[in-house]
Design a protein around this ligand. Sequence first.
Ligand code: BTN
Length: 250
Amino acid sequence: MLDAILAAKIMEREGCPCPVAAYDTIDSTNLELKRRIAAGCALPQLVIADGQTAGRGRLGRCFESPDGSGVYFSLAFRADGSLENTTLVTTAAAVAVREAIERETGLSCGIKWVNDLYLGGKKVCGILAEAVGGCVIVGIGINITTEFSGELSEKAASLGKECSHEALAALSCAGILRFLAGKMPDMIEKYRAHSIVLGKEITYFSASEPPKRARARDIDSRGGLIVELNDGGEETLRTGEISIRMEDYK
Ligand code: BTN
């Protein structure tokens, strides 16, 4: 059973005090924070769950969140900082969660643009940021011991190490709050250092255009992915999804 008090103590110890609510199972921690924001809750606020019945992913996908084998959490905060910081929070969240996983488990995940975390060629963590009436909700799902079957098992995996769910959530969110407070000045350098796409051939998928092949060159200061197109031109990707060859995921 998740311990909200323990998670709140870790947030405080990390210099980021924040109210925490914990659930065994909930529909979605992002949805719960939307309800809490509508009811005028204090911000920032963290909601953690050990299972979700309606976990949501990017592009309207569902996010498998089986009870007890992963940790699913969302942090809401007021978007009254600079617009640049609000946009970059999705990039910063990947860095913060990566560091939390390393601190808690010793495992070093790679970052796939924009903000998926990979281990051994498979996705172990997904991040969904949503803007809601002047607030931002960053939702994070980490597969800890989840066993995937069928098609999903080719793409998704778990950390494979038991660890404190409260600590993973609290350390991740403390990292995000530190970034928002301007206390992670080297965020982009850290992101670049752990990117698994830089230097690789990618395929870029967007809603408005057919897929494009390119080579990933760099991450700019706004978290955009600078790519060299096959015709020699350069472009900076800001939204959308990319894929890289399976053997390049390592
Ligand atoms: C993705 O990879 O597409 C993003 C997945 C984000 C999942 C997390 S789990 C906690 C929070 N609640 C949700 O319903 N979604 C996010």
